[in-house]
Design a protein around this ligand. Structure first.
Ligand SMILES: C[S@@+](CC[C@H](N)C(=O)[O-])C[C@H]1O[C@@H](n2cnc3c(N)ncnc32)[C@H](O)[C@@H]1O
Length: 254
């Protein structure tokens, strides 16, 4: 039997923080959920403004990979931490016969998803660490900008591995560490532009302060690959986007 790779452990450090503030895990769960409940009505607009629309291109790439991965497989596609449902809706549009479920801990975000998706999608208010989903039943899981917000990110990866049918994949999109030359521009943007937009547009500077801090604390792509392997995946593809600002992983459950 193949030995499990050493833990990167960087993900575990997130469990005891809310942004830069030390908290218990229960506080982290409640604060993160309350934050997304609060910003849900402005979430999509803020994403467009903060990323100059780039998140749409990244998500398009993610959806293409997800559609390819689920082809020929039985079961539903679960869009974990699916938020307002943009990934789920795009997968559903590409493969109308497939059941697509948005799973999210925030009632506010799910309400936005339901407003957009109506009865074309399924909705599940659930935590990524304990999904009420049968083991080995899903054709694929997409997880876009959700891993760093999980209460226990490493446990959520294990839960993804549990619900996926053998040989099927988790398609993971998350912020990462940009190339050194690009870092100063990115730092300026996250230090000044994002909190200002958060205050002006979402009227919630602290929420967007948290988002910036959570991105800064999130481990580098190499560590995420090791965590995926530790959770029972084989990393089949790693794609850096916008000089490493975000990274896409396709991880096949072993
Ligand atoms: C940054 S949003 C990402 C939304 C969407 N996937 C996207 O890419 O725009 C993070 C989402 O993770 C959800 N979330 C946070 N912690 C969670 C948990 N433990 N279980 C499930 N969802 C969680 C939040 O409610 C929020 O909708």
């Amino acid at each position: 039997m193949r030995a499990k790779p050493a833990r990167a452990e960087a993900l575990d450090e997130l469990r005891q923080t809310f942004g830069d503030r030390p908290v218990t895990q229960a506080e982290r769960r409640d604060e993160v959920t309350a934050l997304f409940d609060r910003i849900a009505p402005r979430y999509d607009l803020m994403n467009d403004l903060m990323s100059f629309g780039l998140h749409r291109l990244w998500k398009r790439a993610m959806v293409r990979l997800a559609v390819k991965q689920i082809r020929g497989r039985e079961g539903s596609l679960i869009d974990l931490a699916g938020g307002t449902g943009d990934i789920a809706l795009a997968v559903r549009a590409a493969v109308p016969a497939r059941e697509v479920i948005v799973a999210d801990a925030s009632a506010g975000m799910l309400a936005e998803a339901r407003r957009r998706g109506g009865d074309t999608l399924g909705y599940l208010q659930a935590e990524g660490e304990a999904l009420p989903v049968e083991s080995a039943s899903a054709a694929g899981v997409t997880l876009s900008f959700g891993l760093r917000n999980m209460t226990d990110p490493a446990l959520a990866l294990q839960e993804c591995a549990r619900v996926l049918a053998p040989g099927s994949s988790l398609i993971l999109l998350e912020f990462s560490r940009p190339a050194t030359w690009f870092s100063p521009f990115y730092t300026l943007h996250s230090r000044y532009v994002i909190p200002a937009l958060g205050a002006l547009v979402a009227r919630d500077r602290s929420a967007y302060g948290y988002l910036v801090q959570s991105i800064r604390r999130f481990p580098a792509a190499g560590d995420i690959a090791r965590e995926l392997e530790h959770a029972g995946f084989r990393v089949a593809l790693t794609r850096r986007l916008m000089f490493g600002v975000a990274v896409l992983h396709v991880a096949e459950v072993i």
